[in-house]
Write a protein of this length. Structure first.
Length: 381
């Protein structure tokens, strides 16, 4: 069923069952979060959950939603375990009674999407980039730029800097496969040559074989697709094995900078752009509150999950205003399609497109002295 078909069905259902007496409010509005709290990449879980929890705390400090507080209930997917994610998703729905879930990681989102679809629970992803999460479930929404958009941005950035031959390296995963495919399509679509695409296991400690094959392919530039901390490891070994070509990433955190050390210098990252500016007072308030509570500045992952909570809270308000049995996944989805525009911590507003993906600003950053420095905005078009 398409999202438009579902929307029409929901409108009809609302006309028949909504608009009457307001259903009783729950004691608390529980929002589920499925994050990488342990495993190989706990940095992601740390910042994503921190951003979401800060939003919950702020909304509750302002009285919640008509006096009813929000609660963030977290399940740990152990850095990408589909089994752990599925178990967590079922607990969130069947035990905690959540109507909206914030998943993370492409593998996790894909594993839990069928459950959300079957049990009619809204899902808002702020971390995974797989195109397979787009358009396959009427309950699935994304506030993170997808791999196809980011890969196109990186391909255009490498080409404008003179590269004609590109090599790729990625983890063996759905995310890795999807990113390699999207990049190959974008690169070859510009009439340029893809000379290598190597992959390694997520827990690999030695990737020298794959790096050696990249070197042998003699590329002009390298697209480095692993997530934290393997993105940093790949750059470190490339440089140590004598590769001096420009390196482009779509995932890079402070943990990668620690792993890569001096070799991080000059690496470019194309990803969602969040910056606290005077022109956007909400972004400054968020950044200052985040730093005060967690001792560091927020990255775009923290911003995405902070924003995700605010979107869900606004949808609850909108659904409640319509009356009837408002606190369901169906009614939240209906409320979104009635007005797909929301205030955004990124600045001004965000609008969900027909495919359920919210348009976000994407930018090129360059690593300089351990910090990501803004270079330019890009669309990949």
């Amino acid at each position: 069923m398409s999202k438009r078909t579902l929307f029409a069905a929901l409108v009809l259902s609302s006309a028949l069952t909504g608009g009457g007496a307001l259903a009783a409010d729950p004691e608390v509005y529980k929002i589920g979060g499925i994050f990488a709290m342990t495993g190989a990449s706990p940095h992601y879980g740390k910042v994503m959950s921190a951003g979401a929890q800060l939003a919950v705390d702020e909304i509750n400090a302002q009285g919640g939603i008509d006096g009813v507080k929000l609660q963030l209930v977290i399940e740990d997917h152990k850095s990408g375990s589909a089994q752990a994610a599925v178990a967590g998703m079922n607990r969130l729905i069947d035990v905690e009674g959540v109507k909206a879930v914030l998943p993370s990681f492409s593998t996790v989102t894909l594993a839990t999407m069928p459950i959300g679809d079957q049990k009619k629970v809204m899902m808002i992803n702020g971390g995974g980039v797989s195109a397979q999460t787009v358009g396959t479930s009427p309950y699935m929404f994304n506030i993170r730029s997808m791999a196809s958009d980011l890969a196109a941005g990186i391909a255009h950035r490498a080409a404008e800097q003179g590269a004609k031959k590109l090599a790729q390296i990625a983890i063996k995963s759905e995310f890795g496969d999807a990113t390699i495919s999207a990049t190959t399509k974008a690169w070859e679509g510009m009439g340029l040559k893809m000379v290598a695409a190597e992959q390694f296991q997520a827990d690999a400690a030695n990737i020298d074989t794959q790096v050696a094959k990249l070197r042998a392919s003699q590329p002009d530039a390298i697209a480095n697709w692993p997530t934290t901390p393997q993105a940093g490891l790949a750059v470190k070994r490339m440089r140590e094995l004598g590769m001096k070509q420009p390196v482009y990433c779509m995932e890079w955190t402070a943990e990668d900078t620690k792993v890569a050390g001096k070799h991080a210098e000059g690496v470019e990252v194309v990803t969602d752009y969040f910056a606290a500016t005077d022109e956007n007072p909400w972004s400054k308030r968020f950044a200052e509150a985040y730093r005060a509570k967690f001792g560091e500045m927020p990255d775009f992952y923290a911003a995405n999950y902070y924003e995700g909570v605010y979107v869900i809270a606004e949808l609850i308000r909108r659904a409640k205003a319509k009356g009837g049995d408002y606190y369901t996944g169906e009614r939240l989805v209906q409320a979104l399609w009635e007005n797909p525009t929301f205030d955004s911590v990124y600045g001004k507003t965000l609008t969900f497109r027909k495919n359920g993906v919210a348009q976000k600003p994407v930018a090129v950053f360059r690593l300089e002295n351990g910090e990501q420095k803004f270079v330019k905005f890009t669309t990949g078009e």
